[in-house]
Design a binder for this molecule. Structure first.
Ligand SMILES: [Zn+2]
Length: 166
């Protein structure tokens, strides 16, 4: 039973940190603009994660602070996280290519898990074809703290590390 509990706690951390990725993505687009909408890669382990987006410059410290504040505001607002299971064609027709990241969903996948975080006014804060587990609303994430940004001009891929607390 003790082993089960520790496994569960770690798993919940990863679900929270993974859900944080979606909230941060929404904040990145609001602060840096549509040019930063494409996710190149994501990484989560325990309470730590990293979001890598396609963008042509290193975000300024002010922008990073704004992203962190906006993401935490959306956690405080406790936005609902909804998953819609949809035929791929229907999802593409309804939402367009914003559901995708830079890395492709294999062609043979016909059913998509469309994960949507709705903003306070009912508009979409973030949408992504993602079949991982998420918290049912954003308050369960806790607090997001962004780390030091890595950026190599040759790659045009700023890496945004973060931790969730507590
Ligand atoms: Zn997800």
């Amino acid at each position: 039973m003790v082993a089960d509990l520790s496994y569960t706690e770690e798993y919940i951390d990863e679900v929270r940190a993974h859900t944080a990725l979606h909230v941060i993505k929404g904040a990145v687009v609001r602060v840096l603009g549509e040019d930063a909408m494409w996710t190149a890669s994501t990484y989560v382990s325990g309470k730590h994660g990293r979001l890598t987006v396609k963008f042509n410059r290193k975000p300024t410290p002010e922008e990073i602070k704004a992203i962190e504040e906006l993401a935490n505001k959306k956690i405080e607002e406790d936005l609902p996280v909804e998953v819609k299971v949809m035929p791929r064609k229907e999802a593409e027709k309804t939402y367009g290519n914003v559901i995708y990241d830079l890395y492709p969903v294999p062609q043979e996948v016909r059913i998509l898990y469309i994960t949507i975080i709705y903003d306070k006014d009912g508009s979409i804060w973030n949408i992504n074809a993602c079949n991982k587990r998420h918290t049912k609303s954003t308050k369960y994430i806790g607090r997001i703290k962004l780390g030091k940004i890595r950026f190599r001009a040759s790659k045009q891929l700023p890496e945004i590390p973060f931790d969730i607390e507590p």
